[in-house]
Design a protein around this ligand. Structure first.
Ligand code: CTP
Ligand code: CA
Length: 226
């Protein structure tokens, strides 16, 4: 990683990385969210900046501070993240969707705090959010590289890689970084274990700090950039 950083092998490239977790509001004080800390996306942004890239970090509710070497764009909901990624895509050589995106949003967000009603439960009607990664992949320019992430709870390695391959095909991205979150050991953790799948069927596995893994992901991106 140190040698790559010294080489400045991403100099002249503009990269956009999403990080953190989107939230869909239910009312002014409540939301549907997820446990993403943003550590992996922030590590990717920092690594790219060290290697000379111009970096835009689209951050949704980050638990960790972003490096001062990147331009930060704060977003909250999936719709906001989609809009910002799409507009930054015009300038980008590489788009990385490391954010954990809410799959569903409430059909409506109440303007006032939802009050309890007697002893009754509450039913929420949810709609699917827009698939940001699939959209970015479908509208990418020639030569632009699009990277997705997948956190899977499939303990069997071979089965997990197959789920990853199917997801890569469905999303239409160039690379998909798959990790196993079965034990809940990845969210918020400084270390991770990933398999980097490429469109051509390649699989490369890495484990270690999120910083080290981030550099391996950029190595893979460079092979795609050509
Ligand atoms: N993603 C996205 N927009 C969504 C959902 C996911 O851009 N609405 C992106 C994530 O940022 C990630 C990739 O798609 O890079 C895979 O996310 P994942 O949750 O694993 O895939 P889904 O298609 O949502 O499938 P599922 O959650 O059912 O496994
Ligand atoms: Ca999902």
């Amino acid at each position: 990683a140190a040698a790559s950083a010294a080489a400045g092998d991403l100099a002249g490239r503009t990269v956009v990385v999403s990080a953190g977790g989107t939230r869909e509001s239910l009312d002014p004080v409540r939301f549907l969210g997820n446990a993403s800390s943003g550590r992996m996306g922030v590590a990717l942004a920092r690594a790219a900046a060290l290697r000379g890239a111009e970096v835009h970090l689209v951050g949704a509710h980050l638990d960790v501070p972003p490096p001062s070497s990147v331009t930060v764009h704060r977003v909250g909901s999936t719709a906001e993240l989609a809009e910002r990624m799409t507009s930054l895509a015009a300038e980008a050589d590489v788009l990385v969707m490391a954010a954990a995106v809410a799959d569903y949003r409430p059909e409506s967000s109440s303007e006032h705090k939802i009050k309890k009603s007697g002893d009754d439960g509450l039913e929420l009607r949810l709609h699917q959010t827009v698939d940001v990664l699939a959209g970015l992949s479908a509208s990418r320019r020639p030569g632009q590289v699009v990277v997705g992430f997948a956190a899977e709870t499939v303990p069997d390695r071979a089965a997990r890689l197959q789920v990853g391959r199917d997801k890569l095909a469905r999303k239409g991205c160039d690379l998909l970084v798959v990790n196993d979150v079965t034990a809940g050991a990845v969210f918020g953790s400084p270390v991770t274990e990933v398999a980097v799948l490429s469109r051509d069927g390649g699989v490369v596995e890495h484990s270690g700090s999120k910083a080290a893994v981030a550099h391996h992901v950029w190595d893979a991106v460079l092979t795609q950039l050509g």
